[in-house]
Every structure is written in C-alpha cells, then in structure tokens.
Write a protein that binds this ligand. Structure first.
Ligand SMILES: [Zn+2]
Length: 315
C-alpha cells in the first residue's frame, strides 16, 4: 500500500515535469516565432504567400528593411515578374518610385535593358560581345568596332534579294529556305539591305541626319558601329513595288510576322517597343538568332534586348 502511494507520487511528479517541459517548449517556440521574420512581416500586413516569397528570394538586409517600413504593394508583384533580376532590385524600386504608373513588366524590361538611360549614354555603352555568335547584341548601348567584319559572308540569291546583298552563310541558308517556302504560298520576299559595313552605315546615318534632323534620324537609323546590319545577321525584307512604310500592309509581312521565327528570325523592332529598342517600329527588319531563341522571343513577345539581358548577360 505504501509503495503504491509513492508510485502515485512519482507518476504525478513525472506528469508535472512533462507538462512543464511541454509548456516551456511551447513558450520558447512562441518567443522564437514572435522574433521571426515571418511574424514581423505578417505583423506589417503581408499575406502568407507574400512572406514566403520574400523569405525565399530576399536577403537578410532587405527583409529587415521591410520589417521596419510601411507595407508596400509593389515588391511582391516585382518578384513575380518572369524576367525579374535580383541585382536590379534597387533600380526597379527607384524607377517605380519616379514612374508610379508604369507596369511592373515594363519596369523590369526597361531597367534590365538600361532603357532608362539616354540612348548612346557613354557610361552605359560597351563593346558588343562578339563571342556570342548568332546571339551577339548590337543596340544603342552595345557597339561594334569600326573594323569588325563577320566571317563567312555570302551573297543572297538574286531570286530573293536585290543585287549585291551579303549575309552570314547560316543566315543566307535560313533566309533562302524561308523565302522559298513563302514563294510556295505566292508571297515574294526580297532582301533589300542586309550586311552593311561601318563606313556604309556612317554614310546612311549622316544622310538621315541631313534629311530628318538628329532626333528623327536616331529613331530610324543607327550610328555607325551601332547597327545590327554590321553583324551580318540582319536583313531588311520587302516585296515588289513597295516602300518600307507600305510593307506593314502586305501579305508578306503578315506571313513573316507569324512564321519567321520558324526559320530563326525575329522581328527586331516591334510596334510599341520603341521604349526598349530605341527604334521606331520596323516591320521590314529581321534579325537572325537561330530557331530556339527566335521561338522563345516570339512566344514571350519580348525584344532581343530583353532576352539578352535576362538569359545571356545575366549568366
Ligand atoms: Zn534594318
């Protein structure tokens, strides 16, 4: 009987200890939680899915600053953009602050491609990385040396081009196949201008300046060294008896717009992308990037500048 009593006492003591430990653990857990980033962010008004994404993507410093400042609505949206680059976060925020009406998608595109700077801004300009082959980027911030000449330039068949049009061999083959397939649909593609060296670009650009003034010339023409035509990867495509400005309304254009990517070409200066490319809409200007990249750019409705910033420059 005595023994039983003491067993009972011991059991009660054990139970008490268990409860104590259990409560203690719970209390510690609670203290940890209250001091956690999750708690602090939720306390700031962020939803659970927002907090999860922040903790997954942002560094300690950024998280701490979020915990200390008023809830913002833009960060979650920015982080969810397909082409978001962490290294540009501060720049996105600054730009968004100055341009609150711009869409998140545009903010990311503009900052990634540096289109927030003035075109030809000296500090932002660098030499194009010519080791990128078909994916070499030439735009208003990336230029080619005066002496750069692409390898393996071949003449495009006069069946599909005006006289004396040269282009890189791989591009020639892709273009001629495309023009042949278009012809089977009674569409006539004519390469009107393809490879242009530095000097001929300079002559062309200067002519535009005289005709249209510097501002308008920059909208439609590239400074020497800054033209994609110097890469041997770009072709201006027209059809018979048509001016450049009329090309948009032809069946040839409609076909190219939907099919050129299948041959590795992209419409390089699309409508409504002037703020990214720095060029007015050019329905005639096609750039060879190879089938895989062309398909991606077509599917995603992005410019090559955006593609390059995200997939190539970022690596
Ligand atoms: Zn062109």
């Amino acid at each position: 009987m005595k023994l039983k009593k003491s067993v009972k006492k011991i059991l009660i003591l054990i139970l008490f200890c268990i409860i104590l430990i259990f409560s203690g653990v719970k209390l510690i857990k609670y203290i940890i939680y209250v001091n956690s980033d999750t708690y602090k962010l939720i306390n700031r008004g962020y939803k659970e899915n927002e907090v999860k994404l922040f903790l997954e993507k942002l560094d300690k410093k950024k998280i701490e600053s979020l915990e200390k400042s008023k809830k913002n609505d833009y960060l979650y949206n920015l982080l969810n953009q397909k082409y978001f680059l962490m290294k540009n976060l501060d720049k996105y925020e600054k730009y968004l602050n100055e341009n609150p009406d711009e869409s998140y998608k545009n903010v990311v595109a503009i900052i990634n491609t540096k289109a927030n700077y003035n075109w030809y801004n000296k500090k932002q300009t660098k030499n194009s990385d010519t080791s990128k082959g078909n994916l070499i980027l030439v735009n208003k911030f990336n230029n080619l040396d005066k002496n750069y000449e692409p390898s393996k330039l071949k003449k495009i068949s006069i069946q599909y081009a005006y006289y004396d049009n040269f282009i890189k061999e791989e591009v020639k083959n892709a273009y001629e196949e495309m023009a042949k397939n278009a012809k089977e649909k009674n569409l006539k593609l004519i390469a009107s201008s393809s490879y242009r060296d530095y000097n001929s670009q300079q002559i062309l650009y200067n002519r535009y300046i005289v005709q249209k003034g510097t501002k308008e010339a920059n909208n439609v023409s590239a400074k020497a060294g800054y033209s994609e035509h110097q890469t041997g990867l770009a072709i201006d495509i027209l059809t018979d008896n048509i001016t450049m400005s009329e090309f948009e309304n032809t069946d040839e254009f409609k076909w190219l717009k939907e099919n050129s990517y299948k041959y590795g070409f992209i419409l390089r200066y699309p409508k409504n992308k002037t703020n990214i490319t720095g060029y007015a809409y050019e329905p005639w200007h096609y750039r060879y990037v190879g089938k895989k990249v062309a398909q991606e750019i077509y599917k995603e409705k992005i410019t090559f500048d955006e593609y390059y910033a995200f997939y190539i420059d970022n690596k």
